[in-house]
Design a protein around this ligand. Sequence first.
Ligand SMILES: Nc1nc2c(ncn2[C@@H]2O[C@H](COP(=O)(O)OP(=O)(O)O)[C@@H](O)[C@H]2O)c(=O)[nH]1
Ligand SMILES: [Mg+2]
Length: 425
Amino acid sequence: MIELVSDLAISAASRHTTSTSQIASQANPHAERPTSGEPRSTADASASAAPHSAAVPSPAAGVELSVVVPTFNERGNVAEMVRRLDRALDGRSWEVIFVDDDSPDGTAELVRALGRTDRRVRCIQRIGRRGLSSACIEGMLSSTAPYHAVMDCDLQHDETLLPRMLDTLQLGTVDIVVGSRYVAGGGLGDLRQFRASISHFATRLSRLVLRCDLTDPMSGFFMIRREAFAARVRALSGIGFKILLDLFTWSGQPLRYREIPYQFRARFSGESKLDTRTAWEYLMLLLDKLVGRIIPVRFVGFALVGSLGVGIHLAAVWLLFGGFHVDFTTAQAAATIVAITSNFALNNVFTYRDMRLRGWKWLSGWLSFLLACGVGALANVGIASYLFESSRTTWAFAALAGILVSAVWNYALTAVYTWNRPTRG
Ligand SMILES: Nc1nc2c(ncn2[C@@H]2O[C@H](COP(=O)(O)OP(=O)(O)O)[C@@H](O)[C@H]2O)c(=O)[nH]1
Ligand SMILES: [Mg+2]
């Protein structure tokens, strides 16, 4: 998936290059220009040496800081976000890149409308995809700036800290500056007790995979040097909400970091997207960091859903056979369909959230899932019977071997024929 992410972002970046070169000929009040005492770029030098140099506009310098803001249904916050960035980053050369996952509330259209009167505002609109981390990755990849900040669009992060973060990075002693709610001076503001407990619990869980003492890996508010990001980008899983955790768990050179305190604010407008799927994705991210190099994390998700399916199957047999006195074979057949259907629905919502099937595609996906799992069930029974009858293995081992083979079969086949779009990670 990361390869695809990179491809997409590279094409986004090349599109951006065209547009920046188009706008470079216009005066840009926020772009840095070399002063007469500074070394000039090759392009500049050749322009002044050319006989018609007066007619050739000197290229404006690129932006210093890209602020990447992932959005989903944030129409009510976008304009205020730009206003606050404008105030906070006065005198700096910056741009804001909103990465929107085709929000139904028209966030992307609003961003583009703002961009028509303010070239510092850019929009990447992703179609048919979801995911906060992958949105941040693509936003950063589309930037040409030497420094990238990531912050939420709900104004819960304190944008007035951005200049300090930038100054700290420019000293060159650290790779990343992280806004933390858990160092002296920081705080959770009036975050509700329940949300605060979830945040504390998730932070504690992150210790399973973190290789440093970062106090707030759940923060989502940070600024990083481009080279430090570029060195890690191919190793990022891009799963879920927690890009910071992804960055800090890279097995190579540890990130040199500094934390600065901030007070978490209340959401300005709209609703949080934190839900059960977010929790699931967090679990998948942790698993990916723990076992991802040995087993694909989607397979782990698929297997977890499958084990839940066993419970659903048994409950259905109990209800039909025990409760409604349907004959056993019919109850078992109906329970099989119920379990396969619920497995398909759960995998569609959780395991394959980023390529979720809807409408008619849901129906055709269900049929292909049913078919693949039907063949998988035959393989299961065949292998388990063969092992049990032909050797002296125990019934439990034979049964488990059958289950494992059918799980791998079901996973491999449905990954290709049910959720067969090319964005798989
Ligand atoms: N592009 C993109 N942005 C998302 C997605 N989910 C959430 N966001 C954005 O990520 C930021 C944090 O989300 P939020 O719902 O505020 O999470 P919370 O702060 O944990 O409640 C906000 O700017 C959201 O609009 C997503 O699937 N795709
Ligand atoms: Mg938020």
